[in-house]
Design a protein around this ligand. Structure first.
Ligand code: CA
Length: 425
């Protein structure tokens, strides 16, 4: 399916193709026109050099070919990028409602609903006080699978202890969107990643429903040396992915049920700060993006009971230049990332693409990059990464979250307060 083209020809192709990604027009708020689908799926036919050209932070070697710096790819289907809203206040998550509109959290503790043309509602209230210092706040949101009848939305947040001096933790809460869409009713916490800790870092915090109607939630290890080691122990909620029912209870069959020293909600462990989660549309498996230290950002395929290695193994170094721990990248009993970046992507929210609108993107993974200021398009085949592309680099935004809309468009929010729509031209 793939064939190599001489690089001289590639240069010409790249120049033409780059014009497809239009500069966003800040004043353009017109309703986009939907394009009827007339074409068959295209094969990815072009193989480019790796998108990363900067030197790595660490001199570690990958565990297998293609684990980092995979060849570049370029989307051939013409698409357009529109800035449809701006002025959001630190949006952290964007998620679809069944009617196609979008719910967007703002870190300080507000929710808004946006139309696909970018008309944004007033703030929806009804949340408890959140710890919005640093990386905390009202974080992820997702609609319950039965939202049309239940009107339930699920959230993650940094929840303060009753005594605020004890700090905060990653919690999962839920509430009902009132009929007039002005407030969240009967908000309640259904899960807490214990214990509380008083800092403002590494809350993890993505939430995703699976086909059974259960919930995966990621947590962080709270960053400091004292807490990061907890990622390797099962008696706490730090650096984990948990699997819970819609009522916050451990799912029957969870891997550590029956282990008296383990929390029964834990599904996987040894994570640093997983800020992206989604379920592969074809395989049904859970994938995660994980923020590493300096270098060492990862994509992981999550399996029950597995240890993903942090802080014992990894491909990054400390921000001060030291090794992390003993500076090893592999250990028996610990999972290798499917893919890693050095230097950083700074991955945040992510979504698999699963619409007929852009057949070329089917089952591709789109990950928001923070310090890297682009969206990474990752092509996956047989659970291996086979291509990488950078999207929206020209926008120079910190991409916090990305969602595939029910209309087959991609929607992305940025720390700078923007909402983008990416759609077939
Ligand atoms: Ca890892």
């Amino acid at each position: 399916m793939k064939h190599l083209i001489p690089f001289l020809m590639l240069a010409a192709f790249t120049l033409t193709a780059s014009c497809q990604e239009q500069a966003a027009n800040d004043d353009d708020k017109e309703t986009p026109v939907e394009t009827p689908i007339t074409e068959n799926p295209k094969d990815s036919t072009v193989v480019l050099p790796p998108v990363e050209t900067e030197p790595p932070n660490a001199d570690y070697k990958p565990a297998f070919e293609g684990q980092t710096r995979i060849n570049g790819v370029k989307t051939e289907t013409p698409y357009e990028v529109k800035l449809i809203a701006r002025g959001l206040s630190n949006p952290w998550a964007v998620a679809s409602l069944p009617d196609g509109r979008l719910v967007i959290t703002e870190k300080a503790g507000k929710l808004r609903i946006a139309s696909t043309s970018g008309v944004v509602s007033d703030a929806i209230t009804g949340f408890p006080d959140v710890d919005d210092r640093g990386q905390g706040g009202l974080l992820d949101v997702v609609a319950a699978p039965d939202f049309n009848s239940s009107r339930m939305l699920y959230f993650t947040l940094a929840e303060f202890a009753k005594n605020k001096s004890e700090g905060s933790l990653t919690a999962v809460g839920r509430g009902k969107l009132s009929m007039d869409e002005s407030r969240i009713e009967n908000f309640e916490i259904i899960f807490r990643a214990i214990p509380y800790y008083d800092n403002s870092m590494h809350f993890g915090s993505r939430i995703v429903f699976d086909k059974k109607g259960n919930i995966f939630v990621s947590t962080g290890e709270r960053s400091v040396m004292e807490t990061r080691l907890k990622a390797q122990f099962l008696d706490n909620g730090y650096g984990k992915i948990v699997y819970i029912t819609k009522d916050g209870k451990p799912v029957e069959g969870n891997p550590f049920i029956g282990n008296s020293t383990a929390l029964p909600e834990i599904y996987s462990y040894g994570h640093r700060n997983v800020q992206g989660l989604d379920i592969h549309p074809t395989t049904g498996e859970l994938w995660a993006s994980e923020m590493g230290p300096r270098g060492g950002d990862e994509i992981n395929l999550i399996k029950p009971g597995k240890n993903y290695g942090w802080p014992t193994i990894g491909y990054g170094i400390e921000y001060n230049g030291n090794k992390v721990g003993n500076g090893i990248t592999q250990k028996e009993g610990m999972e290798q990332p499917v893919y890693y970046w050095d230097p950083v992507l700074s991955p945040s929210g992510m979504t698999f693409y699963n619409s007929y609108v852009m057949p070329e993107w089917k089952d591709n993974l789109f990950i928001g990059g923070l310090s890297s200021k682009h969206i990474a398009r990752i092509v996956i085949k047989d659970n291996k990464v086979i291509g990488e592309e950078r999207l929206l680099e020209k926008e120079k935004q910190r991409f916090r979250d990305i969602e595939m809309g029910t209309d087959g468009a991609l929607y992305a929010v940025t720390d700078e307060g923007r909402l983008y729509r990416i759609y077939k031209k």
